[in-house]
Design a binder for this molecule. Structure first.
Ligand SMILES: [Zn+2]
Length: 294
């Protein structure tokens, strides 16, 4: 399957971002210590969670689930839960890596004003980061679309296991959103969970493609960005508008932007400086050279 083209995607511009090194970034952060940080899939790759896109920002895997399809089509929900049964343990058991730990350390040192992540894996929190906004939700929770009840994903895993003995046959081939590829004939037999309180439709508590981030969260983050000295983008190509919007706002507000990402990003022409390097190495070095601010 091929991914449908995303709306609002601008073509990549030629890379004319100034080459920067760790010393440049250190000096920049010393001058702009109140950072608004956006992280993406690149930061979780070293924790064994595959990324959505490769280094030039194109889709790596099959089409992601669309919000409307999930709500309207029972077969799509069967497919989701079957795949997710195989994929969830990889995400649920994943451990934070050096990059998550370094960011938690930078928060303790007093440099992180706000951290917003596109990731749904909760690895920043597992690393001890205190103030994290999960822009696209969290995969460790399931939400009832009718009554709003929240259920731990592990409970649903247990239910899926008990109600679907053939889950054993599922072949696991991981895809980025906690999915796994599963044969069609197995999917048609899948019993899907429903809300124990109201029998309503259960959905993982994440923002699917075609879904939207809550307005209150966006407004809250826009306020936080206006209070920040600079925006730091880490491990994302910013292809999703829900995070690219913060670069647009930073541009309007004259808030400088810097980036640590190995591939191209949608905002490359907006960065004051960019380090096209492994984020774990760069962030760890920063924790060693930046002094405590608090
Ligand atoms: Zn319910």
């Amino acid at each position: 399957m091929r991914a449908a083209p995303l709306k609002n995607v601008e073509p990549f511009l030629a890379q004319d971002v100034p080459e920067a090194d760790i010393g440049d970034l250190q000096a920049f952060i010393a001058d702009h210590p109140k950072l608004f940080v956006i992280t993406g899939a690149g930061i979780s790759r070293a924790s064994g969670i595959p990324t959505y896109r490769d280094e030039v920002g194109t889709w790596k895997t099959n089409t992601p689930i669309q919000h409307g399809d999930f709500l309207q089509d029972p077969a799509i929900r069967q497919r989701y839960w079957a795949r997710s049964f195989g994929g969830w343990p990889n995400v649920g058991n994943a451990q934070p890596n050096q990059a998550h730990r370094a960011l938690a350390r930078l928060e303790k040192l007093g440099y992180i004003h706000t951290l917003v992540t596109q990731n749904i894996d909760r690895l920043h929190q597992k690393a001890g980061h205190k103030r994290v906004i999960d822009l696209h939700g969290r995969l460790d929770q399931v939400v009832c679309m009718d009554c709003g009840a929240l259920v731990p994903r592990d409970e649903i895993q247990q239910w899926l296991w008990q109600q679907n003995p053939h889950m054993d046959d599922i072949k696991i081939e991981l895809a980025p959103d906690g999915d796994a590829h599963v044969r069609d004939e197995l999917i048609r037999q899948v019993r899907v969970p429903s809300c124990q309180r109201c029998d309503g439709l259960l959905k993982p508590n994440v923002v699917f493609y075609g879904g939207s981030v809550g307005k209150e969260i966006v407004n809250y983050l826009c306020d936080k960005l206006r209070q920040a000295d600079a925006l730091l983008v880490i491990g994302t190509s910013l292809m999703v508008y829900s995070s690219f919007r913060f670069c647009k706002l930073a541009q309007q507000q004259d808030i400088p932007m810097v980036c640590i990402n190995q591939g191209l990003t949608r905002a490359d022409n907006l960065f004051t400086l960019k380090l096209a390097e492994d984020c774990a190495g760069v962030l760890t070095q920063l924790t060693e050279i930046l002094p405590h601010r608090i």
